[in-house]
Every structure is written in C-alpha cells, then in structure tokens.
Ligand binder design. Sequence first.
Ligand code: SF4
Length: 355
Amino acid sequence: MIAHRRLSNPVRIGNVIVGNDAPIVVQSMTKTDTSNIRATRTEIKELAECGCEVVRVAVPDMQAARAIYDIRKNSPIPIIADIHFDYRLAIAAIDSGVDGLRLNPGNIQDSQQVTSIVKAAKERQIPIRIGLNAGSLPRAQKKYSSIAEHMVDVALEQVKLFESLDFDLIKVSLKAFNVLTTIQAYREIAAKIPYPLHLGITESGILKTGSVRSAVGIGILLNEGIGDTIRVSLSTNPCEEVYIAYEILKCLSLREHGPTLISCPGCGRSEVDIIELANSVDRELKLIRKAIKVAVMGCVVNGPGEARDADIGIACGKDKAAIFRKGAVVSTVTGKADFLPALITEIRSLCEQIL
Ligand code: SF4
C-alpha cells in the first residue's frame, strides 16, 4: 500500500497536468540532434506511441532552439527544452513555443540571466523545472554534510529566486547516480517546498543495470508518496525508458498501462523452452495496448495456479498445454509448435472484446 501521496501545487505542461493528485507522468528525452527536425519529430512520435507523455529535447545551440518551432507544430506530446549554460537559448526556446523548460542551476548561475528567463516563462505561463544533477553542482559556498544536502540547498536558493519574481510554475528534480543520495535529496526537499517533483536516477546505465537502479530509487520514493513525473535514464532506445517507467508504476499500482506478462523462470520440471516462449509472448504483447495479464508457465505442477489467476494463461505439459481464460480452461493444445499460436489467438480474441 502506497503512503499518502505528497500533494503539490499542480502545473500544466502543454495539455498535461503534473502534480497534486494527477497521474504520475512518464517522461523521456530524445537522443536526436534537435536541429534535425525530421529525425526529432520521428523519435517523438515513436516515444508517444509507446506511452511517453512529455518529452525533453536538448537545446545545445540557437539552431536547436529555433527548430523547436517546427518540431512542436505536430507533436503529439508536450515538449520541454533542456537548457545549459546560455540563458539566451532558453529565451529562444520560449519564443519557439516550447511547453516547458529545464534549467540546471549548476550552469546558469547569473541571477540576472535567470531572472530574464523566468520573466519570459511567466509571460507565456510555462513551467520551469529546476533540474539539479549531483555531477554539475555549483561550487559549494559552505560546508555540507552530504551531496544531497548541497543539492537541496542549491535547489531551495533557486526556488527562492523564482518566488521573489512571483513565479510559481515550478518543478524540481535532484538527480544523482547514487541511489541513496537521490533518495535522501528528494525526501529532504519534499518536506520543504510545495512544488511537483520529477524523479530520476541520472546516468543510471545500460538497460539491465539502469532499470534496476531506477526501479529501486524511483520505486522507493514513489512508495513514500513522493514524485509527480518520472524518467528512467538508460543508454538504450528511449522507448525502453518508457517501458521500464510504466513497469515501475504498474508494480506500485500507480498506473495501468498495456499488458503485464507473468512468466515462470523455468526449471528441471519445464516441459518447454520457457525462455523462448515467454520472449515470443512478450514481443506479441508489445503490440497491444490493453491492460491484460498474461501468464506463461512451464509445467503442470505450479503452472495452472498462475495461469488461472491471469486474464489469459498457458500451463505447458509435455506436448500438451492448457490455455486458460479468466480462470477456466478454454482449450487444450497438442504439439509444442502450436502452443504459441494458440495462446496468441486467445490473447487477440480477448483484446477484441475489451473496449
Ligand atoms: Fe519450474 Fe513449473 Fe515453477 Fe516453471 S512453474 S519454474 S516449470 S515448477
């Protein structure tokens, strides 16, 4: 059971509400050169199709800032401009119609420059994420007991500056590679500000390790009711980030999204190649949007129980498998080659009946 959700002042990013009791939003980031408008649009479309709800694009130069105008025109999801070092890029991205900004206080430190950005964002009523990274903190002006404390202090300074300019469309993130540092930083800031928090473990690595690190860090915080948007940062196709993000949210019953595959690991009792069967079913399920549960089980000893509990399940025996639908056996398939097609037929048939 999730702890009570930390309620925050909601902000709107394009047509997406973030914070308070709105659903936890799944974000990702394009890996294209933003000035390549066609490639960036294509990647955003792919990300939206796999469930990404807000996308961030890098804005390393003026060409990229101006490209946002065309990228945004037909974008299916809101776009956030990621700004480092040059405040003029933020102003140009705002002029291009971007839906939100991410600023790193570690690399735009001139308060006059930050003020210019905030004023422009206020005019257009777009939110700004104060996005800190443990690796790019400004030089410490005093002694801190931990990196987390340093991050929180810098974020609070920036929040104070924004508030002094009567700007409250604020979101904050405090990302570190170290999971414990990240958790500590978010816990501390969650109690100090009323703004939505964007969660992530930065530079978390490749698909396997990055998914685990992100699931632990983001999952612990979400379970404490902290967090309003999440991004799983992985060195792989960004659609995988979205897939893992939803798996985290599904594990905690915070969102429903697409199908869930339950599969046994296989053991000496397996009567089929369970790894191949489960992966084939997973590929099929990636094409489905309906929130169904499918169980793929390798034997008739422990298999039927799980298969019965899922919406669709298969319990495989030697050359024979029982297919379950909503708890009842609907067919018995003979011949291993027919297990997968029979299961897929049943999955598709169920999906057709779900509106
Ligand atoms: Fe082994 Fe059967 Fe359990 Fe799969 S369900 S791990 S095959 S005992």
